[in-house]
Every structure is written in structure tokens, then in C-alpha cells.
Write a protein that binds this ligand. Structure first.
Ligand code: ZN
Ligand code: ZN
Length: 401
């Protein structure tokens, strides 16, 4: 190639300021390289512009060359190594310090190529799986053994994961000689580039399967539903996620298995309500039990316990029994509280004896009421919020008559 008559300023070529830092230069180069790439840009000048861009980047991305260029311009670079003499006019390519930059601009993906399993030759870990499991209140509280059905990829039992039909074996790929990668030469503006890509014939495995296993089509894994026994620890709750190691999908090419995540869903109970590790329970009691006090047998999570109701307990009183709640996960000896709330039951039907007694009771209540002063005296000059005797009358009306 003949000496270029006039060379554009490298900063102009990249479209960056003289003060641009390395990152800005790199960014500008990548962007312009994409714009000017001959695969996409059909303009007749694209080719020469692309080349010019490569030159500019080669210099400005190299600290030493950039300093020389800043001080002496294009002339200053003439004598630098790799640029002059008998080297080809593409010689500056030898000076690229970060070849992957240029490759990623050219080949849109860089060296590694292909996504999916990553390097197709290497074993891959199986996928993690997630299943949900319903438990009763008691199963969650105290733990249980469960057998669940899991649909997952298991190592194929016909070929034991090799993917080859029984009696046959995989053969070395002749295209890549078992390396899984081949060298590919690409023609670019800068001459030939050789890059290493995944072998398309064996997909990078280095082996081909002339007779794939009929059961798994050569995959080495097969979807199967298998029963799995689980031990659910005490104290779990809705939303608890249990990890079962190695029970996810089988690995690929003897890679490790994935994990299984079991997400728990705990059903509500008719008698007990859970609050973390505490349990709430409503205990029906009669008016006389509250008024006179009593000792009652209370059904707990496990067994029953005698609980004393103090005389004169208000409706809604909560009695707390420590250590009778839900066992804590991984510390089952520690348990939450059992809180029982006394809830008075008003009988819907009364026997005649009960009615007689209640009427006598009401009689007594009214008499007691009548003995009390009708209203609280108000301070002199202060306006009473309600007419004198209002509350007493209200009480009276509520109690009957
Ligand atoms: Zn198979
Ligand atoms: Zn191959």
C-alpha cells in the first residue's frame, strides 16, 4: 500500500476529545467499528474508514503510542516498532494489546462463542427444581415424613448417561479430533484472523454419537417421575423453603445434580391459629365459669392440660401457657407459647331449670342496682354531659323491664 497522502487526526477519527480517557476511547471505537463494519455498512468508503478507525484505535489505546502521537503527530509514529519497515501495511495489528476488543467488534461475541451450557465440552450442573408441598397444621408443627413425586431429569438407565446406544460407544469427532473446538479463519479488512470456535459437528463435546441411545436420544438424561422421601423438620410454616441437595435434575456429562427446593404450604386448623411459634386457641366457657372460676381440661397441641380459670375472669381473658406452642426449627426443644382466650358462650336454648335460675339471678341483679345511687353528683357549675341518672337508666333498660 502506498504512503497515505493525508492522514486524519486520530482523535477526529474516533470522534473523541484529546482529553478522552481509555474507557471513552474504547467505547467510541466499539461503536464506530459496529457502524463501519463491512458486513453491515455497504458504503464504498466504509472499508477505508474501518481501516482508519483500526489504526486510530491501535495508537490511542496504547499509552506509549498515544503520548508519541500527541507530541509528534503521525510523523512521530513512523519509526515505532511494528509500524514501518518491511512489515505489511497491516503491521499495526501486531501491536494490538487487547485483541479481544477487536474480535468482539468484528465477531459480535468474542472468543468464547456459543451460550447455553457455557463450554459445551464441560460437564454441566443439573437445574434446580422447585415443588410445593401441602402440610397439615400438625405436620408442620411437629415435623413428619413425606413421600413426594418429583418429575426431573435423571441419568438415563439404558446408557448410564453416556448417550450411546447399548453396545456402542461415542466416537471421537473427526472434525476437531476430539478437542471440541476448531480454528476458523475470517477475512477482514485487517487481513486474516483466526479464531477458535466451538466445533459445530460435535457441539463442542469432542465426541459424536453414531448410534444415540434410543431411550434418551443421546442426551444421557431422561425425564422421570420418582418418589422421594422427605423428612420435614418440626416448626416449619407456610412459605418455608427446604433445600434437598442433589435431588434436582441430573447433571449433564457427569456434572453435579441440581438441588430440589420444597416450598411448604400449611393448611389452617379448625381449633388452633398460628402466630410464628405461638399458638392461639379460643376456649368456650360459660358465664358461671367466668364468674365463679373453674378448672377445665384444655386440649393443647399434644394432650390436654388442666387450666384454672380465676373467679371473676372477664370475657376474652387470655391465659398463657409457656412452652406449649410450636417447636422452633432446628431447636425443637424450644417452643413458643400457647395462648388460650376465654370466650363466653351464650346458650341458645335453656332448660326450664336454667331459665328459672337465670331469672332469679336477674332479679337479684336488679335489686342490687336499685340500692346504688342513681347518678354521680356533678361539680357545681359544671355542665353534666348527660342528664342525671342517664347511665343507670341505660343499664336498667339493658337488663330488662
Ligand atoms: Zn440413554
Ligand atoms: Zn468436533
Amino acid at each position: 500500500m502506498s504512503q497515505q497522502q493525508q492522514q486524519r487526526d486520530y482523535y477526529d477519527v474516533l470522534g473523541v476529545a484529546k482529553s478522552a480517557d481509555a474507557a471513552a476511547i474504547k467505547k467510541a471505537f466499539r461503536q464506530k467499528a459496529k457502524e463501519l463494519h463491512p458486513d453491515t455498512n455497504k458504503s464504498p468508503t466504509a472499508e477505508s474508514q474501518f481501516k482508519e478507525l483500526g489504526e486510530a484505535y491501535a495508537v490511542l489505546s496504547d499509552e506509549t503510542k498515544r503520548r508519541t502521537y500527541d507530541a509528534y503527530g503521525h510523523e512521530g509514529l513512523k519509526g515505532s516498532s511494528g509500524m514501518g519497515g518491511g512489515a505489511s501495511s497491516w503491521g499495526f495489528m501486531d501491536d494490538f494489546t487487547d485483541l479481544s476488543d477487536i474480535f468482539s467488534a468484528f465477531f459480535n461475541g468474542g472468543f468464547s462463542g456459543g451460550g447455553g451450557r457455557g463450554s459445551a465440552n464441560s460437564p454441566a450442573r443439573g437445574s434446580d427444581l422447585r415443588v410445593s408441598l401441602k402440610l397439615t397444621f400438625m405436620e408442620a408443627a411437629f415435623g413428619c415424613e413425606k413421600t413426594i413425586e418429583v418429575r426431573r431429569l435423571d441419568t438415563c438407565t439404558t446408557c448410564h448417561g453416556s448417550g450411546a446406544a447399548p453396545g456402542t460407544s461415542p466416537e471421537t469427532c473427526t472434525h476437531c479430533n476430539g478437542h471440541g473446538q476448531i480454528r476458523q479463519t475470517a477475512q477482514t479488512m485487517f487481513g486474516q484472523f483466526t479464531q477458535v470456535v466451538t466445533c459445530p459437528h460435535c457441539n463442542g463435546s469432542g465426541q459424536v454419537m453414531p448410534h444415540p441411545c434410543p431411550d434418551c436420544q443421546g442426551e444421557g438424561r431422561k425425564e422421570q417421575t420418582k418418589p422421594l422421601e422427605l423428612t420435614i423438620p418440626a416448626g416449619v410454616d407456610s412459605g418455608t423453603r427446604l433445600r434437598v441437595s442433589n435431588e434436582g435434575d441430573a447433571g449433564w456429562k457427569s456434572g453435579p445434580n441440581g438441588d430440589l427446593y420444597v416450598v411448604l404450604n400449611v393448611a389452617a386448623d379448625a381449633h388452633f391459629v398460628r402466630d410464628g411459634y405461638d399458638v392461639l386457641s379460643k376456649i368456650p366457657v360459660s358465664f358461671s365459669q367466668l364468674a365463679l372460676g373453674d378448672t377445665v381440661e384444655i386440649p393443647l397441641l399434644k394432650g390436654v392440660q388442666s387450666v384454672k380459670i380465676p373467679a371473676g375472669s372477664a370475657n376474652g381473658t387470655v391465659i398463657t401457657l409457656k412452652g406449649e406452642g410450636i417447636p422452633q426449627i432446628n431447636q425443637p426443644q424450644r417452643r413458643g407459647e400457647f395462648r388460650l382466650q376465654l370466650e363466653v358462650q351464650i346458650p341458645q336454648k335453656l332448660s326450664s331449670a336454667e331459665r328459672d335460675l337465670l331469672q332469679q339471678l336477674r332479679q337479684l341483679e336488679q335489686e342490687r342496682m336499685a340500692k346504688k345511687p342513681k347518678a354521680e353528683p356533678t361539680k357545681a357549675g359544671e355542665e353534666a354531659p348527660h342528664p342525671s341518672g342517664f347511665f343507670a337508666k341505660l343499664k336498667e333498660s339493658l337488663l330488662g323491664h
